[in-house]
Design a protein around this ligand. Structure first.
Ligand code: MN
Length: 130
């Protein structure tokens, strides 16, 4: 079973790069380019992890992280922030908003793969016994 990743990114080139890479890694990918599109994405099957660009044009991507952490149905979904700012203050802001991890742009895909592996670990009791 492949994991479902929701990518929230407003920049078309960045979005394409991420989607191409995730699909090559055999993830199922959903995309959103605004907060509204991201909120709408939770009406269907829930993603296993969210990749969240913190700067969605004029919108603050971290609003989505805060909202997810307050929703009992969504609370457990890991959110990996993608930020252009490698500054410590920004990292703190990201973690305070409820993100699970933070990767900076330009994306180091090996690092992203490590974060995905880390956060996509299926709890032992959820795995079927054979
Ligand atoms: Mn952006």
């Amino acid at each position: 079973m492949s994991h479902r990743i929701l990518v929230v990114e407003d920049n078309a080139a960045n979005l394409e790069l991420l989607v191409d890479w995730l699909e090559s890694e055999r993830f199922k990918v959903q995309t959103a380019t605004t907060l509204d599109e991201a909120f709408a994405a939770f009406k269907g099957d829930l993603p296993d992890t969210i990749l969240l660009d913190v700067q969605l044009g004029a919108q603050d991507g971290l609003e989505l992280a805060t909202w997810i952490r307050r929703d009992p149905k969504l609370r457990a979904i890991p959110v990996i922030a993608v930020t252009a700012h490698a500054m410590t203050t920004d990292h703190e802001r990201v973690m305070r908003a409820g993100c699970s991890a933070c990767v900076s742009k330009p994306i180091d895909f090996q690092l992203l793969r490590e974060q995905l592996d880390r956060w996509l670990t299926v709890p032992a009791k959820a795995q079927p016994r054979r």
